[in-house]
Design a protein around this ligand. Structure first.
Ligand code: FA5
Length: 345
């Protein structure tokens, strides 16, 4: 046998061996191993191609051509086998995978607004539609803004340690109501103005309708010739929008140092439909807000001429509004944040 024939024969054997391994390969991983063993950088065919130069010059052309043919044949065989192994793996997966179309879908549970946040949003929406602008103020206040500029006398009981949380050795306090935002806003703006100020307030107070931390929305409107009738109309409108047109509303004469005249506003208890229950303490009514005409002394404090401008103001207790809307008879439920309770809203 000539040297040439023996090289060709050796290559033919190499090819046969490779093709049989390829057709016996059972997985894509096996196939890749075979590819590397023959065609990889250090594979059999690649090494032979690299060492062609070591053959006698007269053998090189025919051995080179044959090696390239072998390389192509192995490559084509691998491509074909790869396709059939891929198809096989896909078929196996489909056979083993089962899919029950009658199973209910997996759904993500959506979060809900806390009832207090929900009511707050609803009230902000009602008042901004009426032209009120939202303003915020600090929760840590001074006696000056929380009381003095609101016309509280020095000996007013609300300044008492029992009602007010003081901080920094009494130099500051946690605001007991949102009314100080009236002062901040009036100092920054000129009338006419219509403002609402939602926020958290703090008092030493705790029972089924009183919480030490609760929320209010302050609202006030200053313009020429504003009267109590504007106040009543605005409050009626908000109560009817929130609770429906048939909701009873009653204004009781009251006292606040910063309004004159003043009123407390009750609405008919929705839990007992006015019959009397734990929530309304047997009266059939529940107080949701304080209101009145802004006292001229307050306007003078902020350099607004009370001869020229008048205004009304109100402060709504958000938790009370939520309790009525959702018939909740204990304010503490709103702060315990039990997920079972909150999921109902
Ligand atoms: C005030 O806080 C006045 N600043 C409201 C006001 C503003 C009057 C503007 C006039 C003009 P009062 O203390 O009544 O008022 O509180 C207002 C509302 O907050 C009450 O009607 C009630 O709904 C709610 N509220 C009061 N104390 C608590 C408490 N401890 N827990 C939950 N809600 C409360």
């Amino acid at each position: 046998m000539t040297k040439e024939n023996s090289v060709i024969e050796e290559l033919a054997e190499l090819k046969e061996q490779a093709l049989s391994k390829i057709s016996d390969s059972a997985s894509l991983a096996d196939l890749e191993e075979i590819r590397l063993a023959y065609l990889g950088r250090k594979g059999e065919v690649t090494s032979r191609l690299k060492s062609l130069g070591k053959l006698p010059p007269d053998l090189r052309p025919s051995a080179g051509q044959e090696l390239n043919r072998v390389k192509r044949a192995i490559d084509e065989e691998i491509t074909g086998r790869k396709e059939s192994l891929q198809q096989k793996e896909l078929n196996d997966r489909l056979v083993n995978e089962s899919f029950d179309i009658s199973q209910p879908g997996r759904h993500k549970s959506l979060g809900v607004f806390h009832p207090v946040a929900g009511i707050m949003e609803e009230l902000i929406d009602i008042f901004t539609r009426l032209g009120f602008v939202v303003v915020e103020g600090p929760e840590v206040e001074t006696d000056e803004f929380n009381f003095k500029k609101l016309n509280f006398p020095d000996d007013h009981p609300a300044r008492d340690m029992q009602d007010t949380f003081y901080v920094k050795n009494g130099a500051k306090l946690l605001r007991t109501h949102t009314s100080p935002v009236q002062i901040h806003a009036m100092l920054k703006r000129n009338p006419p103005m219509s403002i609402i100020a939602p926020g958290r307030v703090y008092r030493c107070d705790s029972d089924v309708t009183h919480s030490p931390v609760f929320h209010q929305i302050e609202g006030f409107h200053i313009d020429k010739n504003v009267t109590m009738a504007h106040l009543k109309g605005t409050l009626e409108l908000f109560v009817h929008r929130l609770y429906g047109k048939n909701t009873g509303i009653r204004l009781r004469p009251s006292f606040f140092p910063f309004t004159e005249p003043s009123a407390e506003v009750d609405i008919s208890c929705m839990l007992c439909k006015g019959k009397g229950c734990r929530l309304c303490k047997g009266t059939g009514w529940i107080e949701i807000l304080g209101a009145g005409m802004i006292d001229p002394n307050v306007l003078k404090e902020v350099d607004i001429d009370p001869e020229k401008w008048t205004g009304f103001a109100f402060g709504i207790g958000i938790e009370r509004v939520a309790m009525l809307k959702y018939a909740i008879d204990d304010i503490r439920l709103l702060f315990e944040n039990d997920p079972e309770f909150l999921r109902q809203f």
